[in-house]
Design a protein around this ligand. Sequence first.
Ligand SMILES: Nc1ncnc2c1ncn2[C@@H]1O[C@H](COP(=O)(O)OP(=O)(O)OP(=O)(O)O)[C@@H](O)[C@H]1O
Length: 615
Amino acid sequence: MRDATGDRLGFRVAWGHLRTALGLGFRAAPTHLGGLVLLAIAAGSAPVLTAWFTGLVLDAVIGDTPVAPLVALSVTTAVVGIATVLLPRLSQYLEAEFARRVQVIALDRLFLAVNERMRGLSGVEDPRFHDRLRLAQQGGSAGPSDLVNNAIGVARSGLTTAGFVTALLVINHWLVVAVVVAAIPALRMEIVLSRLRAAAMWRIGHAGRRQYFYANLLTSPREAKEIRLFGLGAFFRDRMLTELRAANAENRTLDRRNLRVQAVLSVLGAVVAGGGLIWAVLAARSGQISVGEVTVFVAAVAGVQGALSGSVGHLAAAYHALLVLDHYHAVTTVEPDLPVPPAPARVPALADSIEFRDVWFRYGPDGPWVLRGLNLTISAGRAVALVGLNGAGKSTVVKLLCRLYDPTRGEVRWNGVDLRDTDPVELRERVGAVFQDYIEYELSAAENIGVGNLARLRDRDAIETAARRAGVHDALVALPKGYDTMLTRMFLPGIDTEDPDIGMLLSGGQGQRLALARAMLRDDPDLLILDEPSSGLDAEAEAEIHARLRAHRAGRTSLLISHRLNTVRDADEIVVLADGVIAERGDHESLIAANGIYARLFGLQARGYAGTTSP
Ligand SMILES: Nc1ncnc2c1ncn2[C@@H]1O[C@H](COP(=O)(O)OP(=O)(O)OP(=O)(O)O)[C@@H](O)[C@H]1O
């Protein structure tokens, strides 16, 4: 067997996936699962019984049977007939409900695993992970129920096949051989096709994600301004269509192959059935079999063919579900991107220092080194500023500090504890941060601040205090629904959707203050990280925010990153990063006196503000 990427999928792996699917089914909907099995048995026997009783009725009519038993026989046949048409409807309902329940548990497990195992950024920045995740969602949503439903389908069709085969054996055993032999190539071809389909899904997955990305770009309010201004609509539409056409071409090739195979198999089936019919008519004419047996025979040939092709279809679909479940399994068991030891070291309160010891870092094994043996100490209670040119590695230092990545070489120590020995979740509880690329969640204004500390999500007083400290309270109160205004024009709650005031967008600077308020909702973090916290603010607001931040930082350990050097001059220590190492360090005065990189950058900015670029 092969998996969805075209590699071999061993029997043990397939068996493991089947057990996972059954386990999910039992946990999610045991009653529905039991009901489906019972219905499968009933539905599998019903067509055989219908055909058998129809034959008996016909023979009874021809054989001059008295009225009472004839009516009883007819009524029984009718009841079996009604059950035959009703059972599939009932199964359909149970299958759908079973699938819905399994989906909830499967997706819960999937995203739990993603949260637990992807605690850093390297996994979510890997495109292959996203391709897999997309298929894993598909596999997790529909895979277990598809697998169980199709396994039941195989059993149901198998029962029907067995019943009809028994009926046929009584009349003509050679025909049984012909029908069964004709089904073997069908089974083989269906399995090959389902493997090709799964491999195509893997190949198309990437194109599908890109197509979705371009489609999203064309309608996203965030990108709308730039796309319209640069006239990029046709460009991205074209790219979207290119991806769609590529996916369509793959699917078309597959459908054509499917068509060819199905056509050959159908003709084969028709030839066998036609041959059988000729034999039955001739046999009835010569008195070898009765007219009732002719109907049983015709129904049995069609029934065996239908049930066998049903079995083959179900087997192929179950096999396909197994292949897609392989992605689900891969994501739910993926190696954690940040290994956490079984008994992680506690992250102590930051009483001493954070230390980068000879830290080397690059984003991928083939990428360029971003940090090249960085040695940096942030002493507890000190305000350290990190400056440097674009791409110098400042945000990378922050990511390592929050253990969003582990150093490629060297170590980061928090009060002497290597961050690799800690649980990042515990570490992050001690850190408050405002990132350069802060997020404005599509939630209400209050919730946008509240998510900074979920324990205070409903604590309106604490939220308002944080908003005041970040200087955004007045702006939020002025919104149409105050703190309850949704900060989105994309998603509105189910109620009140006719109200045009329910969703609003903040200005860039207001959004940045909101992100600050979110960070300020954290109870006294040991370390406050401010990565360009005022880049979106006007000069007056910037000065005001930095004054607030100074007050907020006072006595705390903080790391401030800023390109506006006037905002870092009061830091206890300013560290200049260049070429992945510390180029200069000291306070503002000593760095100006040293007349190095910092002094040059500071001078350039100061002259810019003074309105002249030459000394
Ligand atoms: N996720 C990533 N994958 C690969 N390379 C990355 C990634 N993030 C950053 N880099 C690279 O690492 C280098 C340092 O980036 P970083 O964002 O740390 O710089 P910075 O000093 O914060 O820059 P800026 O002042 O522009 O914000 C850059 O060359 C950047 O291209």
